[in-house]
Write a protein that binds this ligand. Structure first.
Ligand SMILES: [Zn+2]
Length: 542
């Protein structure tokens, strides 16, 4: 190899930082932090940052072939202008996410004039042969990440899940101590009491009333307190009262035995057994009794002509509801469910939704009332607009997929869940192993590499076996944003029978809030608000 050229601006450096607006880049450091890292690099390498040679790219994507003027200026400072010998960047993915080719072009140009690019992360200096292979690996990884970063975060979460590490906010009834669940001193006794009452055949509604009368804050209130403790403001409209649904949701949640649910499935370990996230409040046996009792009651409700209806099911009289929003619409004035009525006119104008507080023997401070057709139309309009603006990787899609599975119960899902968990686990281990060798340099000797090859081959065989089994199971029921949009498109919607519509609406819509027009002629758009699944205040990890 010919000796390296000496760059005329030896000892001088330029610094580049870049942040992306794209949400999948959430792991990125702030500009300030990157600038700090660059100054740290300069000190470590005995370089001085030349005044005026701080290049900053806020809100710039590095995965698209767009002009990046600041990056060009940085490279030119080394290559053309020769004002600095080095360009400092905090990590490879800050420089580019367009892969090895894009990065090599820059490295070659810089190298030709005796310059270099130095990355703080991994302490990589492009003039050092030892660093070059790692930069090559990382630049491909950064490219891959641009498309699969969310998958990688997911893998990390999955990794945590498989190790039984709780990464979210604490669920009701629990403390989270070092990633493990432990019964909460105040909330766990509340849960045990609820379970005892429920198993003694008390209706969920009665349990909710008793909790409210005892002044025990609902999970949503506990969550709001937690958000405030983190120094943020919780969303408005989070219910501080226990509802029948809140009680039922809590009782159904596998977290009661220390298990976690992910996309509607219980998280299983590689052995196919549920992963424990700590000390459960209930034993699996007791929880099984709770679920059996719940199933028994649901069956009764389904058979009984007088009991409360299930959403999407039949009304009290056993007739299918004739109204789309019954069970979904709530009065903003009092949070009570809206009921549908007609004033004996055969005309559509005679059908309306109204606040149900009065029927329930309560008074509402701002009773809502709206024509059925107007409300239904406005709900669909908002739903379509919201879905049209949604990105395919929006977290709400996961929540909607869960609802969709609950409502449609596709066959073979249990088996698929187990296989999918195993596949994710194996993929996580493959990534770990790659990083151990190429990033952390844990496999250095020839013996190590032979061992690494063996381990990698075994993992890939495992992965292929699982993929094969998944393939034999057939394609997964397709649920994605496109399907969802199509489901609610006016062509399909108009052709869908009402009972089916009522059911499908539950997939994407958590609730619809309707407020009073206050005796003014407020258009429906101003007083109907669709709350999508995944964005409702109290639904989050219970
Ligand atoms: Zn009301």
């Amino acid at each position: 190899m010919p000796p390296r050229k000496e760059h005329p601006a030896k000892g001088w450096a330029a610094a580049l930082d870049r942040t992306s607006r794209v949400r999948t880049d959430i792991q990125q450091d702030s500009s300030e932090n990157q600038q700090r890292l660059n100054r740290q690099t300069a000190r470590a390498y005995g370089l001085k940052i030349r005044p005026g040679y701080d290049f900053s790219e806020p809100g710039k994507s590095a995965s698209k072939p767009i002009t990046r003027r600041e990056l060009e200026r940085g490279i030119n400072a080394v290559v053309e202008e020769k004002a600095v010998e080095a360009l400092l960047v905090s990590s490879v993915d800050r420089l580019s996410r367009r892969g090895m080719r894009h990065i090599s072009e820059m490295l070659d140009a810089v190298d030709a004039v005796g310059g270099r690019i130095i990355f703080n992360k991994g302490n990589l200096d492009s003039s050092q042969p030892a660093s070059q292979a790692i930069i090559a690996f990382l630049s491909e990884q950064a490219k891959d990440e641009a498309s699969t970063l969310s998958w990688r975060i997911e893998t990390w979460r999955e990794g945590c899940r498989l190790k039984g590490k709780w990464t979210g906010r604490h669920p009701y009834g629990y403390l989270v101590v070092d990633g493990r669940l432990a019964p909460h001193p105040d909330e766990a006794p509340v849960v045990r009491r609820m379970v005892a009452d429920f198993l003694e055949r008390q209706p969920a509604r009665q349990i909710a009333i008793a909790l409210n009368e005892a002044g025990i804050p609902a999970p949503a209130a506990a969550k709001a307190a937690q958000i405030r403790a983190e120094g943020r403001e919780p969303k408005q409209g989070m219910s501080t009262w226990w509802s029948t649904q809140a009680v039922a949701r809590l009782l159904r949640n596998p977290v009661l035995v220390g298990w976690a649910r992910h996309n509607g499935r219980i998280v299983l370990g590689p052995d196919g057994e549920p992963v424990s996230f700590g000390e459960g409040i209930l034993t699996p046996g007791v929880h099984a009794r709770v679920l059996a009792e719940m199933e028994r009651r649901t069956a009764i409700v389904r058979q009984s002509p007088t009991k409360t209806r299930e959403v999407g099911g039949r009304t009290g009289g056993g007739r299918p509801s004739r109204y789309l929003l019954v069970g979904t619409a709530r009065c903003s004035g009092c949070a009570y469910a809206m009921s549908a009525n007609s004033n004996n006119s055969s005309d559509w104008r005679g059908h309306y939704y109204e606040c149900g507080a009065a029927t329930g023997g309560r008074t509402c401070p701002a009773s809502a009332y709206i024509q059925v057709e107007k409300a239904d139309w406005e709900v669909m309009r908002q739903l379509r607009t919201r879905l049209a603006a949604m990105e395919p990787d929006d977290p709400a899609i996961g929540a909607m997929a869960e609802r969709w599975r609950e409502l449609t119960l596709p066959e073979g899902e249990g088996e698929r869940a187990a296989l999918q968990s195993r596949l994710d686990a194996v993929r996580g281990r493959i990534v770990d192993l790659e990083e151990a060798r190429y990033v952390r340099g844990e496999f250095a000797t020839a013996d190590d590499i032979a061992r690494w090859d063996g381990m990698m081959a075994r993992l890939k065989t495992q992965r292929d076996v699982v993929l094969q089994e998944l393939e034999e199971l057939g394609p997964p029921p397709d649920f994605d944003l496109t399907t969802l949009r199509a489901t609610y498109s006016s062509e399909v919607w108009d052709a869908t029978p009402l009972p089916q519509r009522r059911k499908l609406l539950q997939v994407a819509v958590a609730k619809v809030l309707i407020s009073s027009s206050n005796r003014r002629k407020l258009p429906a758009a101003d007083r109907v608000r669709v709350v999508l699944v995944g964005e409702e205040g109290q639904e989050q990890p219970l």
